[in-house]
Design a binder for this molecule. Structure first.
Ligand code: SAM
Length: 249
């Protein structure tokens, strides 16, 4: 079981993604638990102010440290010791291995920024900072949903088949092989014969080759990080030769 707590100014944004499909089922079964808290509820002033203009001037507003830190501390004092994560484009890039690592915690608390971001002093109260990519979102809410979705896939009991996590793209540092389902022929395009041959050794070989080929064509950078077997290296040479020939013809 993993618990996700979220501090946000827009709690409603989480309703629909958590009420559908796999995440909903996991919540219903008690495998994951999600609680959403409004940062405004941790303000101390009459007007429940959560932002203010930046010192030094400049456009936009900055989220005040007070309500966020109050929220973090209150949730920590009443709910154990979550790993506190600030969503920010300045954070560590989120990827497959980060998702797997975060799934080892039993309790994560996410802080969603808005506007021009959060007061720098909030950083002293978080354990880590996560970015979902080199672009700027309007707020941390969608980024948190991405992280929760990807992390949940590694939590035992969330997916129907735990095996799919082992086979997927990035799991072996390669992109996944092509997948097919019925019908055998779709608009003249046939499913590769090997997949209907029933020969599991040949199927495994074909899938490995296709994974290598797809990774070589689309994400050659991934191949630099992976330890390939002698067999893989031979296949890769074959694939490179084929690609060169196809280009030259
Ligand atoms: N001015 C900030 C900066 O340049 O770092 C960006 C502020 S952004 C408009 C508002 C909030 O959206 C951020 O505080 C953060 O919580 C969230 N956010 C935006 N892009 C993100 C990304 N790529 N990954 C994670 N969170 C992001």
């Amino acid at each position: 079981m993993i618990r996700f707590d979220i501090l946000t100014l827009f709690p409603d944004m989480f309703q629909s993604p958590l009420a559908s499909s796999v995440l909903k089922k996991a919540i219903d079964r008690g495998v994951i638990k999600v609680r959403v808290f409004n940062i405004r509820d941790f303000t101390m002033d009459k007007h429940r102010v959560v932002d203010d203009s930046p010192y030094g001037g400049g456009s936009g507003m900055v989220m005040k440290a007070g309500p966020i830190v109050e929220g973090i501390e209150r949730l920590k004092s009443t709910n154990g010791s979550p790993r506190v994560i600030l969503m920010t484009p300045q954070g560590v890039p989120f990827d497959h291995s980060q998702a797997k690592r975060l799934s080892q915690y039993d309790h994560l608390l996410f802080v969603c920024g808005r506007y021009e971001g959060v007061d720098e002093r909030v950083r002293g109260y978080v354990d880590e900072e996560v970015s979902i990519g080199d672009y700027i979102l309007m707020g941390g809410e969608l980024a948190v949903m991405v992280v929760i979705d990807a992390v949940s896939r590694f939590v035992p009991g969330v997916l129907g088949s735990e095996e799919s996590v082992l086979e997927e793209s990035f799991a072996n540092a390669l992109l996944e092989y092509p997948q097919y389902t019925r019908p055998r022929v779709f608009r003249g395009k046939r499913v590769p014969e090997v997949l209907i041959s029933g020969d599991h050794r040949q199927i495994t070989h074909w899938r490995r080759r296709e994974a290598l080929k797809r990774t070589f064509i689309r994400r050659p950078d991934l191949l630099e990080k992976v330890n390939l077997s002698e067999g893989d290296l031979a296949l890769l040479e074959e694939i490179k030769r084929e690609e060169r020939e196809a280009r030259d013809n």
